[in-house]
Ligand binder design. Structure first.
Ligand SMILES: Nc1nc2c(ncn2[C@@H]2O[C@H](COP(=O)(O)OP(=O)(O)OP(=O)(O)O)[C@@H](O)[C@H]2O)c(=O)[nH]1
Ligand SMILES: [Mg+2]
Length: 465
């Protein structure tokens, strides 16, 4: 991405596209107030005095020649106590999308430049108000799928992860200073020879924190991206009916004809604060129908990618070979066994499930038609995610792949350092590993960073953030 001058005054619509109660045009930069003052006509007071005090709001009109474009509320925030640390003016428009667009156009005509995606947040980072991890948190807040994901992103914005990383970095820096002293003055009497035991203790004390953060990534990723849950089973067992029961409306077509569903239908679901992506698939079977065959192929593919499989059986009919084939695959993946159509006379018992191989026989009895058993199924889904993953200190959870990669690198370098200490290697060698680990940590907060990393992060933002 080509950054235009970082000194331009930038502007963008900061509210989502479409119709809404209000729309906000945001400006940031040296000329923000100048530009707005040429367009804004206050209802009360006048002149430059209006803009003297920070954090003030003013009612008035945006005018183009003699035409009033919109009645607006102006928020004036003055540098440096603003989001970008520059002068920021927000024009709260009351009109619809057209008025907002028109106001933006006028602002641009007066000399503001349209902001690039994430440019407000990028300035916040460049001007030192937030670090890189916090900038990423802003993005996560915008995209948060559930309240728990949001809570976590807010914590990251408050700097929890940055603080922990900095604390670890401080310990490493201390070590480095110690090591460098013994490198620079190896023969000085008043510089102690390095104490390998002491070094080894300090290095070891840094590992548990790093390990905990690394382990939290599984849960963190789930909170952010959701758990892909694939509803699998042979045709007509009620997969689409189950999706509809979860969503409480008829999302997918349900008929008594086997082979109804062809495409994969994915919908998002929030259970206990955890986002699930529920995927309804074509019933898996051998078929001569070309379209259905493609559906079956996609179902199989999707099942392999699933983080959780819902293995659906029809309780009103005996098990058959198709059930066995699907169960064989499900057994290799995290799965929940669901016996559907519990409202009909049942032909499946727990003992029958032994025929299906290594699957979980502790099944959920469900009627997608009446909703009986749905609560239990939901509970089982949440449990399957929460158990075996790190809950603990959720405030230090890693949700970003970038952070995970960096922390893994820091951890690896730390291992090298620990080995070097154990072998009583030269202080230079140990220092090199410690320095590498330290540099890696610096990439999280952006102390050490390249414009590539920055572009990658800020390119994911939308315009106006
Ligand atoms: N009695 C009863 N019938 C059900 C239940 N769930 C689904 N059915 C019926 O079973 C038939 C198939 O339901 P679907 O939800 O389309 O099944 P599916 O697994 O998606 O089928 P395909 O898309 O063809 O693979 C329909 O006639 C549903 O009304 C249930 O819990 N009880
Ligand atoms: Mg279906």
């Amino acid at each position: 991405m080509s950054m235009k001058s970082p000194y331009d005054t930038i502007a963008a619509v900061s509210t989502p596209a479409g119709e809404g109660g209000i729309g906000i045009v945001r400006l940031s930069g040296d000329r923000a107030i100048d530009i707005v003052s040429t367009l804004f006509e206050p209802r009360h007071g006048s002149g430059r005095d209006l803009y003297r005090k920070s954090f003030t709001m003013h009612l008035g009109y945006i005018r183009k020649d003699d035409v009033i474009i919109d009645e607006v509320l102006l928020s004036v925030m003055k540098a440096p106590a603003t989001y970008t640390r520059e002068d920021v003016v927000e024009i709260n428009c009351h009109g619809g999308a057209v008025a907002v667009g028109e106001v933006l156009r006028l602002v641009l005509m007066e000399g503001a430049r349209l902001a690039e995606p994430g440019e407000f947040t990028r300035r916040s980072f460049i001007n030192g108000r937030i670090d890189l991890a916090q900038a990423e948190a802003v993005l996560d807040i915008v995209h948060a799928k559930t309240s728990r994901a949001l809570e976590h992103a807010v914590q990251q914005l408050q700097g929890n992860i940055s603080q922990k990383v900095e604390q670890l970095a401080e310990s490493l820096k201390g070590l480095l200073i110690q090591l460098e002293a013994s490198i620079d003055f190896p023969d000085e009497d008043d510089v102690d020879a390095i104490d390998y035991d002491d070094l080894s203790d300090t290095l070891a004390s840094i590992c548990p924190d790093l390990d905990r953060m690394l382990k939290s990534y599984d849960t963190g990723r789930i909170l952010r991206d959701g758990v892909l849950t694939v509803i699998s089973g042979k045709p007509n067992v009620g997969k689409s009916s189950i999706l509809n029961a979860f969503l409480k409306y008829d999302r997918a077509i349900v008929t008594e004809i086997p082979g109804t569903t062809r495409d994969i239908i994915e919908e998002q679901l929030n259970l206990g604060g955890i986002p699930f992506i529920l995927a309804d698939t074509a019933g898996i079977t051998e078929t001569d129908d070309r379209i259905e065959r493609e559906g079956v192929r996609r179902s199989r593919d999707h099942m392999e990618r699933a983080q959780l499989v819902m293995l659906v059986l029809d309780g009103s009919a005996p098990l058959d070979d198709r059930d066995r084939q699907i169960a064989e695959r499900a057994a290799l993946l995290p799965h929940i066994t669901v016996v559907n159509k519990s409202d009909l006379p049942q032909k499946i018992e727990t003992s029958h499930l032994e025929e299906l191989g290594e699957i979980d026989r502790d099944y959920i009895s469900l009627s997608a038609m009446t909703g009986a058993g749905l609560k239990e199924l939901e509970q089982r889904m949440v449990e399957s995610v929460v158990t075996g993953t790190v809950e603990g200190d959720r405030s230090l959870m890693i949700t970003s792949a970038r952070h995970f990669t960096i922390l893994s690198k820091a951890r690896r370098e730390l291992d090298h350092a620990i080995n070097a200490v154990r072998d009583h290697s030269d202080p230079e060698l140990i220092a090199y590993d410690v320095k590498s680990s330290l540099d890696a940590l610096g990439e999280i907060t952006g102390v050490v960073t390249s414009s590539d990393i920055m572009n990658e992060i800020f390119d994911n933002f939308c315009i106006g953030k």
